[in-house]
Design a protein around this ligand. Structure first.
Ligand code: NAI
Length: 457
């Protein structure tokens, strides 16, 4: 049995980043991963989807080139080549993490881990033929797609008719008719991709709006943009059953409607992975199916930490990175705590949605005295130059009492790259007066945020 300062279960963003930080800080660390380093984010989530979406964007440019005075003839998409390129991108990045772990002195074990328990020596974990003992342990086993008990859904997953976030990234043939169940982040990004490359896409969403907690005005603009591009949205519709080639849903009038499909994507949320690896041997406190953590990422068991999707707080890779860092800092005895009020979120549709902090609705519900500035993106010269017919906006939510920014929400190209600047405004709680002294580059899309600050009365 080999002794370690720290055992990390799961090699996704929470686990692999925590392992790097721990290794560099001199902790003897082992990370156990049953599939590939990088987890869902790198292998079947964030990165592969962005590779596909970039191919779609390039293709879209060729389709709309004439609006910019450019003639392109005969452009087409080669789905097999798109998927092959995506695989190349993933391979490069996964290999990079392996090399970084090695450089940090972290032992990487590729095996299925089984927690045997905790005794006076520490946490005992079996992986392959070995038992590892760690003085401390970090759980970072991530999340998996929710597959609800809708008749025909599980059978569809087994036959390949129904895809999850994993299979949808590897389709080598573009379906003619694609049904997406769930109009959240995964559903919208994949609907965007398959719409761009020529599939007819129908999105079935239970709520009366898409994009979940996104600001209502922005969700409406996104919906309009995608309706214009030809995606059919069935809102306030709940899927009732699936056959071998169709999906039946109930609409808001209570009528049952059946749509034919070649492929279905099930993207109705994810749940923490807490079973199948002996977690029950530790008596960890759970809440709503996820491991409960405090702001230092500690669980109720001394020496046991959890970071990433497993705690169900904010299922985003960048949250996971930070939670992993907070856990390691606390293991090292450094003061650090997790704050969730300034975590940016992005939907990589075209146009992109970028958001951070309170929405108009959430700020009002929390009792803030708010002022909301809602500006058209046409205030940005660069936006107008690059977006024929674009109807993006930026919304800045200001706390009038303390004269600071509570939230920024935008729908525009580059929103994903811009939003971290807004996150700094929210996180640092700088006053509007100080923010107004910051010079933004011109001409850029981001300078609309500066314009919005000056619109606050
Ligand atoms: P989600 O929670 O974002 O959206 C699920 C949607 O499905 C909701 O709008 C819900 O109302 C709807 N729904 C639930 N049951 C339904 C039913 N029976 N019929 C019709 N609609 C139904 O979940 P999603 O899209 O699966 O994403 C999972 C996680 O992955 C999220 O936590 C998300 O934050 C993360 N993610 C983040 C990305 C990003 O940051 N760009 C990209 C992809 C995923």
């Amino acid at each position: 049995m080999e002794m370690f300062d720290l055992i990390i279960l799961g090699g996704g963003p929470a686990g692999y980043n925590a392992a790097l930080k721990a290794g560099h800080a001199g902790l003897k660390t082992v990370i156990i991963e049953k599939r590939a380093l990088g987890g869902v984010c790198l292998n079947e989530g964030c990165i592969p989807s962005k590779a596909l979406l970039y191919s779609a964007k390039v293709y879209d440019y060729t389709k709309h080139a004439s609006q910019y005075g450019v003639t392109v003839t005969g452009s087409s998409i080669d789905q097999k080549a798109v998927v092959a390129r995506k695989n190349k991108v993933v391979k490069t990045l996964v290999g990079g993490i392996g090399m970084q772990e090695k450089a940090a002195g972290v032992k990487v074990v590729f095996a299925e881990a089984m927690i045997e328990g905790k005794d006076s020596e520490g946490f005992k974990v079996k992986a392959g033929d070995e038992v590892y003992c760690g003085k401390q342990m970090l759980l970072a086993t991530g999340s998996m797609p929710v597959i609800p008990p809708i008749p025909g859904l599980r059978e569809g997953v087994e036959t390949g008719f129904v895809m999850t976030n994993r299979e949808v990234l590897d389709l080598e043939e573009i379906p003619k008719e694609m049904v997406v169940i769930g109009g959240g982040v995964i559903g919208l990004e994949m609907a965007s991709y398959y719409n761009s490359v020529g599939a007819h896409v129908t999105v079935i969403e239970m709520l009366d709006h898409i994009a979940g907690p996104t600001d209502a005005d922005i969700a409406k603009i996104l919906l309009g943009n995608y309706q214009k591009k030809g995606i059919d949205f069935c809102l306030k519709c709940a899927v009732k059953s699936l056959s071998a080639d169709s999906v039946t849903y109930e609409n808001e009038k209570g009528e049952l409607v059946t749509v034919k499909a070649d492929k279905v994507l099930c993207s109705i949320g994810r749940r923490a992975v807490t079973t199948g690896y002996g977690l029950e041997n530790l008596n960890v406190y759970m809440e709503r199916g996820a491991v409960k953590t405090d702001e230092q990422m500690k669980t109720n068991i001394p020496g046991l930490y959890a970071a990433g999707d497993i705690n169900g707080v904010s299922m985003l890779a960048h949250t996971a990175y930070r939670e992993g860092e907070v856990a390691i800092n606390n293991i090292l005895g450094k003061k650090d705590r997790m704050r969730y009020n300034a975590i940016p979120s992005v939907i990589y549709t075209n146009p992109e949605v970028g958001a951070v902090g309170e929405t108009e609705a959430s700020a009002k519900a929390k009792g803030y005295d708010v002022e909301v500035v809602n500006l058209t993106m046409n205030y940005s010269g660069r936006y107008v130059a690059e977006n024929e017919g674009g109807n993006g906006i930026v919304k800045v939510i200001v706390d009038k009492k303390y004269n600071r920014v509570l939230g920024v929400h935008m729908i525009a190209n580059y929103a994903s790259e811009i939003i971290y600047g807004a996150a700094m405004m929210v996180e640092t709680e700088m006053t509007l007066d100080s923010l107004k002294e910051i010079v933004f580059p011109h001409p850029t899309v981001c300078e609309v945020i500066r314009e919005a600050l000056f619109e606050v009365k």
